[in-house]
Design a protein around this ligand. Structure first.
Ligand code: BES
Ligand code: MN
Ligand code: ZN
Length: 503
């Protein structure tokens, strides 16, 4: 999707649809009024003859006579002007994409004239309408060899027209790298597990070197030497070699060059069969996206490098495949983690925490980071608690938790804070080892998982864990994301870093 910005006065680019926002007062902006007049009131008549009320998410298409010079006008419902935020603008831009594809339109011009009550100016509205359309235009169709022309998208170019288009283009230039990071994440998460395994996912990380990211990959031999037996135990049933990828973006300026980095750590289980504690067949295919946490870390590193973020960040991805097999880990096995703590593996399907235990410890030992944030499709229980619209946030630091909550509201990658505490921690005490990898009871499964991770966080390190099992994948189309991989967390962490941690 090509997104461009132009000033109101310029001669419009060729478009086969003109789009105007209409709020709940159904008032026409000056330019829409002029066009309506030119067509003898056809647009107003079309509106009156329909159920269009200007509510958010509504679109009304009116075909114009040849004399109008453009085939159709599309009215996009915006809701009330006072609620027209940057995020609302993205929804409007995103929701437009399937409308224009259904219409068979190729190029459209969106004329942006925010009402007086709108909290954002024309340039912000324009940039975010463009960003929303770009995010929604994502497709993953590389394996479709017989696509009918009519099922391919027609809509390929959006020209956003409004006051101060230079400022709009500048705002968009800051958002575009984030979209590229999101698309990289969506691609990796959508790829099947016969294509993306620990070794090929590590190869995908190596591509980031072209952007100035320093990429290192540890194999099983190196991890063995480091004592990472919790992570290695998960991968030992797989024919693929487990990998730990370390991606460093040294973006801080001269003054902060040696500043402690922010560390972002991701669970990268490229396929989770459950291991010997095997999962039921129905729905198991979903476990190709059990590397969603790592996928988000990789896409985030790409976004940060593309926009040359002024901050030191280290991204770490623990990559394993959880398979049953003659050499697989057994329920009841005891492993010694890199931290020296021992773990009784009572359920081989609670594998993500085992991977993260060593990845988190390694990251803190080596980098002494300013803070650690991990992302993981960790528990089915978080889907029961929060559904698919918010990720679970577990945090040992109120300030970091508040920052993440605010960044979530702003970007739409919303999080909800969950508790930690001693009563939950006790649940993972083991009879024969320092801890067990599942709770003694089934209840509070997401919290006991978080407590497990917390045992691998050093005192004094601000840490947040995002359980994205409910949010990494969407079974339904959303305004700014077609159904499938969402790349939840890329925008969230990009905004968190931009707002609080960049020079
Ligand atoms: N990858 C799963 C969690 C998951 C479930 C992610 C559904 C996305 C959708 C994780 O490894 C897992 O299997 N967790 C178990 C833990 C249990 C054995 C304590 C679960 O949630 O059932
Ligand atoms: Mn599992
Ligand atoms: Zn898993």
């Amino acid at each position: 999707m090509k997104i461009t910005f132009s000033e109101v006065k310029t001669t419009p680019q060729r478009a086969d649809a003109l789009v105007f926002g209409v709020s709940e007062d159904k008032a026409f902006s000056p330019q829409l009024q002029a066009l309506d007049k030119k067509t003898g009131g056809l647009i107003r008549r079309g509106l009156e003859a329909s159920r269009f009320t200007g509510k958010k998410g509504q679109y009304l298409s009116v075909i114009l006579p040849e004399s109008a010079g453009v085939a159709r006008v599309v009215l996009a419902g915006l809701g009330a002007w006072k609620d027209f935020s940057a995020l609302a603008a993205e929804s409007v831009g995103g929701g437009l994409v399937p409308q224009l594809n259904a219409a068979g339109a190729h190029a459209a011009a969106f004329i942006v004239e925010p009402g007086k009550q709108a909290p954002i100016d024309a340039a912000t509205a324009a940039a975010h309408i463009g960003f929303g359309a770009l995010l929604r235009s994502y497709r993953f169709d590389k394996y479709k060899t017989k696509q009918k022309p009519e099922s391919k998208p027609s809509f390929a170019a959006l020209n956003v027209i409004g006051a101060n288009s230079k400022a709009a283009a500048a705002l968009f230039a800051r958002l575009k790298p984030v979209a590229e990071g999101i698309f990289f994440t969506r691609d990796l998460v959508t790829e099947p597990a016969n294509v993306i395994d620990p070794e090929t996912l590590a190869d995908a990380c190596r591509q980031l070197a072209d952007l100035g990211v320093d990429v290192e990959v540890l194999g099983e031999e190196e991890m063995h030497a480091l004592g990472m037996n919790a992570l290695l135990g998960v991968g030992q049933g797989s024919a693929k070699e487990s990998q730990l990828v370390i991606m460093r973006w040294p973006g801080a300026d001269k003054k902060g060059k040696s500043a402690a980095p922010l560390a972002i750590v991701g669970k990268g289980v490229t396929f989770d069969t459950g291991g010997i504690s095997i999962k039921p067949a129905s729905g198991m295919e979903e476990m190709k996206w059990d590397m969603g946490g790592a996928g988000t870390v990789i896409g985030l590193m790409r976004a940060l490098a593309l926009r040359k973020a002024k901050v030191n960040v280290v991204g770490v991805a623990g990559l394993v495949e959880n398979m049953p097999g003659g050499n697989a880990q057994r329920p009841g096995d005891v492993v010694k983690s890199m931290s020296g703590q021992t773990i009784e593996v009572l359920n081989t399907d609670a594998e993500g925490r085992l991977v993260l235990a060593d990845a988190l410890w390694y990251t803190q030992e080596r980098f002494k980071p300013r803070l650690v944030i991990d992302l993981a499709t960790l528990t089915g229980a978080i889907i029961i608690s929060l559904g698919t619209s918010r990720a679970g946030l577990f945090c040992n630091d109120d300030e970091l938790a508040d920052q993440l909550f605010a960044a979530g509201k702003e970007t739409g990658d919303e999080v909800w804070r969950m508790p930690l505490g001693e009563v939950y921690d006790k649940q993972i005490d083991s009879q024969i080892a320092d801890m067990q990898n599942i709770g003694q009871e089934r209840e509070a499964g997401s919290i006991t998982a978080a407590q497990f991770l917390k045992r691998f966080i050093k005192d004094g390190t601000p840490w947040a864990h995002l359980d994205i099992a409910g949010t990494a994948w969407s079974k339904k189309d959303r305004d700014t994301c077609p159904k499938g991989a969402t790349a939840f967390g890329v925008r969230l962490l990009d905004a968190l870093i931009a707002e609080h941690y960049e020079a």
